[in-house]
Design a protein around this ligand. Structure first.
Ligand code: ADP
Ligand code: MG
Ligand code: MG
Length: 308
């Protein structure tokens, strides 16, 4: 009883993985609350050190430096995530492909720089997840093409959220929200009420296009407003079609709901590339996963599980 009387919400945020991390936990004591928040931030930072393309000592950077010339042994966590990314590539007909970076790394959104047509075309055949050779026995990876680069930006934040929530569950936490940029996972409800999660209006950062009452689920949103620059009225944003090496324009945002933040993250990027029809068709085939798409005319589209 004494400890129940001290239970309260603990809320904090931090800038990690190039994005805003938000945590809300219901904890029995200030000590447990602080420990839970510290654990989430530490887990995000750990995944960042492993998977960031901006950190020279990350496993990802090491793979990109060496794997065209030798088998590179990686951690089990890295190996499994790359293998899962390849599975999503197969499932999405190549719309999701971590080798998009072979061209994707030539864009610099902050500096408003993009590769010219010739450079894109010269590097386009390096984009193909089938160039990645994964040796399960040695936990190693090898690029079967000299110009391949990989980037986990479309899946790593979802993975980090799942890892952080796993830790909270281990600690005995039953009500929590963990958000990394567009990737959110909810543990339990907000004490007898659902969490209210907004999907942002893609053209107005202060407005929500929809508010969703949600419990015990994860939601990821991919938008063309997260990282982009404009040139002569054209928006160059961070979601790249592996077929063209360029941004796609059929939709403005995609939200995916389902139990796994890792899966939602990968599928939100995938459906963004696939567009409305192919995207909804894909999601309708996957059990436990739903989609909300805002198209380039600001129309909303729902997967079948949300319209019944
Ligand atoms: P956010 O970065 O806001 O979470 P997404 O989950 O949609 O948004 O991820 C976008 C990121 O995914 C890009 O910044 C890039 O790192 C990566 N990416 C872009 N295009 C692809 C693609 N076709 N397949 C896999 N990853 C991609
Ligand atoms: Mg994603
Ligand atoms: Mg994401």
């Amino acid at each position: 009883l004494a400890s129940a009387a001290q239970a309260e919400w603990f809320i904090d945020d931090a800038a990690i993985m190039g994005t805003n991390i938000e945590v809300q936990v219901w904890a029995d004591s200030a000590r447990q609350g602080q420990q839970a928040i510290d654990t989430v931030f530490a887990e995000m930072e750990r995944v960042n050190q492993l998977m960031s393309p901006y950190i020279d000592s990350s496993e990802l950077s090491r793979v990109n430096r060496l794997a065209a010339n030798e088998d590179v042994v990686v951690s089990e966590e890295m190996f499994n995530l790359i293998r899962y990314a390849n599975k999503i590539s197969q499932q999405t007909g190549g719309a999701f492909d971590i080798t998009f970076a072979s061209v994707g790394f030539l864009y610099n959104y902050r500096a408003a720089q993009r590769p010219d047509e010739q450079t894109i075309n010269a590097n386009l055949d390096a984009i193909n997840y089938r160039h990645l050779e994964l040796d399960e026995h040695n936990s190693s990876i090898r690029f079967r093409h000299p110009n391949v680069k990989i980037d986990l930006g479309g899946i790593a934040k979802g993975h980090a959220v799942d890892k952080a929530v796993d830790q909270l569950i281990t600690m005995g936490i039953e009500h929590a929200m963990v958000t990394a940029g567009g990737d959110t996972r909810l543990l339990g409800d907000r004490l007898g009420r659902p969490w209210m999660v907004g999907i942002r209006d893609p053209r107005n950062p202060d407005r929500q296009a929809v508010m969703l009452p949600l419990s015990d689920i994860a939601i990821s949103t991919s938008g063309d407003y997260e990282r982009y620059f404009e040139e002569e009225g054209q928006r160059y944003h961070h979601i790249i079609s592996p077929k063209t090496g360029k941004s796609t324009y059929e939709v403005q945002s995609v939200s995916i709901l389902g139990p796994s933040s890792t899966t939602n993250d990968a599928l939100s990027t995938s459906v963004f590339v696939l567009g409305v029809q192919a995207g909804i068709d894909l999601i309708n085939q996957i059990p436990e996963v739903e989609a909300i798409i805002l198209d380039d005319h600001r129309r909303m589209h729902f997967s079948s599980g949300l319209t019944q």
